[in-house]
Design a protein around this ligand. Structure first.
Ligand SMILES: CC(C)(COP(=O)(O)OP(=O)(O)OC[C@H]1O[C@@H](n2cnc3c(N)ncnc32)[C@H](O)[C@@H]1OP(=O)(O)O)[C@@H](O)C(=O)NCCC(=O)NCCS
Length: 190
């Protein structure tokens, strides 16, 4: 098994495939809690939000699953609409930067998380590239905590550029950056 660039070799057994995230929302939130840090209260709130998101037209999810059926990573997203809560929060920041056109004809990555024990093996990269490869839209947008995290590094490698920084979501303690990339996402140089 060849090592992936910059990471440990990935056990071939972790499979990336479409997942019924509504049915597995508790497992997904357990992954997110480990990867991102969520309190029990936040898990309860997120549960409702995820289930509502998945009802949006065009919402799609992929899971990373071990041979024994454990979910160890997931991604989901949907075609953006300016009427979505996320869009209404980021729109003034993007408009100020002259970038609000990115809200149209864009596929939003809503969540991407990989359990810590499975990180740095190419799973996050495969989840987001596989999901966006199937998008009808010519570009993708997302928000990430406005710091140089592994997530931000991954997004930059995939071609996401900052569209607005220091974006404040109500009740989120830390500011976010909004990033956008043309689709298909950039691949590693050969
Ligand atoms: C972001 C995340 C999903 C990436 O998943 P992953 O499976 O670990 O990522 P990959 O193995 O596919 O790595 C892809 C790239 O991410 C970056 N990356 C991954 N781990 C990193 C680390 N520890 N430090 C710096 N960069 C890192 C690198 O650019 C890497 O590319 P490389 O393999 O060419 O070096 C995962 O780190 C995670 O769940 N983090 C916590 C939750 C989170 O922040 N989610 C995003 C919310 S916006």
């Amino acid at each position: 098994m060849a090592p992936l660039p910059g990471g440990e070799p990935r056990p071939p057994a972790v499979v990336i495939a479409p997942v019924d995230l509504a049915a597995r929302v508790d497992e997904a939130l357990a992954v997110q809690a480990l990867a991102f840090g969520l309190t029990d209260d936040e898990i309860g709130v997120r549960r409702h939000i995820v289930l509502r998101h998945l009802l949006n037209p065009g919402a799609r999810a992929l899971g990373a699953t071990t041979p024994d059926g454990r979910l160890v990573g997931f991604v989901y997203g949907m075609p953006n609409s300016r009427t979505h809560w996320w869009s209404t929060v980021v729109e003034p920041y993007l408009r100020r930067a002259g970038n609000d056109g990115w809200l149209d004809n864009s596929f939003v990555i809503t969540e991407l998380h990989v359990a810590p024990a499975h990180q740095a093996r190419g799973i996050g990269r495969e989840l987001i590239t596989t999901l966006t490869d199937a998008a009808q839209e010519p570009r993708s947008i997302l928000s990430a905590i406005d710091t140089e995290s592994p997530a931000r590094g991954l997004y930059r490698e995939l071609g996401y550029l900052d569209l607005a920084c220091q974006v404040h979501f109500p009740s989120a303690p830390r500011p976010y950056a909004v990033m956008g990339a043309p689709l298909p996402l950039r691949r590693h140089a050969p």
